[in-house]
Design a protein around this ligand. Sequence first.
Ligand code: PLP
Length: 494
Amino acid sequence: MVLSKTVSQSDVSVHSTFASRYVKHSLPRFKMGENSIPKEAAYQIINDELMLDGNPRLNLASFVTTWMEPECDKLVMASINKNYVDMDEYPVTTELQNRCVNIIAHLFNAPLEEEETAVGVGTVGSSEAIMLAGLAFKRKWQNKMKALGKPYDKPNIVTGANVQVCWEKFARYFEVELKEVKLQEGYYVMNPDKAVEMVDENTICVAAILGSTLNGEFEDVKRLNDLLVEKNKETGWDTPIHVDAASGGFIAPFLYPELEWDFRLPLVKSINVSGHKYGLVYAGIGWVVWRTKDDLPDELIFHINYLGTDQPTFTLNFSKGSSQIIAQYYQLIRLGYEGYRNIMENCQENAKVLKDGLEKTGKFTIVSKDEGVPLVAFSLKDHSRHNEFEISEMLRRFGWIVPAYTMPADAQHITVLRVVVREDFSRTLAERLVADIEKVLHELDTLPSRVTEKLKVEEEHHEVVKKTAIEVQKEITAAWRKMVADRKKTSAIC
Ligand SMILES: *Cc1c(COP(=O)(O)O)cnc(C)c1O
């Protein structure tokens, strides 16, 4: 379901230019037209309107893949009319999904025998994957509490305040209390010590993030695991861990193979990853894998019988496309370990070019880490005259889409700009972006400060109230935050 708003209530019809060769009248926007229109006209009208969307390749706000090889595009187009759920009719597609699950489970070091099949499923993205993983934890916890004769109506989940919005969705839709570890200035991921302190008997799991959406940083899953093992021993509980590796799941195995964040840690029971982020597939594919069969309660699985064999399914959707699954399999076999490693190393190097360029301006503090998802998150050092939202706005003029956003509790006073470095963001583009940011900085220097403008207006209209620098900064941040909220800008980072 898409909840959408149209731009203007009065603008009730869609006009066309070239299409007027075919259509004499404007098309209604809110009601279905009385008559059909020629296919050329429909194409022209829609194509023209879409030209005003941003260019996906210049959309540096998103982790989601915007380029694939033409051969893979061909496979995508050839399977665009295949409904994934028709497993009887498309057994090979089902087989490819199962192979992807196995490959990914091995990549995450699931404890599997050579020929043993892994437990996992392809989803629409990490959000659906997280709903499924969360449901499995909730059901397992409920079953345990029931068996112990204890109340099972107040489940909670412990995360950092930096979690992606899908965790808030999970909590609200499936009635689980979200207990968030607050952030602090200079530390923008979940503190494992504080997380473990918040765990109680009703905690269904602690969710750690491998690649925080806000600054790409990996959370310390190993420390979380070790602390939780201790706590479980003391209390007799068995609180498990889920790792949200939406962006980091296809980074860490290639760039940091020694880093222990996955099924090598005993309390990690499930992991999700977005195939459409660094899995290198277009939007519409995610994965969730469980450590073993025992970690996915049987009553959540629906059994579909196809070709005489049992195909267990656990998804929220029924029908969906097959293309993304096929494309994922293409990428996994086409690139192999070597190919993924080369691409991730490249992304990391381009992120470094960008980071060095930004540092050279002397105007920014870098808030992303060298170890993590290849992205650069940065803040202005000096906010006395201009802020990050102005930079974001001015970069739009060059075609760049670079989001600015404020950090969550308790670091709301920090604003950052974030550039995600994807495979198709080349070194040349990185250098160009630095040059354009320099131009923006230069132009901002010549512009009157919105900060002083605002004060001047206040002095003219109200009694003069002397404000401290901090008050002024707070007010300005609040005004921008309101503007951003009004524009629903939060959805721009994903
Ligand atoms: C992107 C992201 C999600 C949501 O993933 P989708 O695949 O877009 O549904 C969840 N968690 C983290 C950490 C993310 O970066």
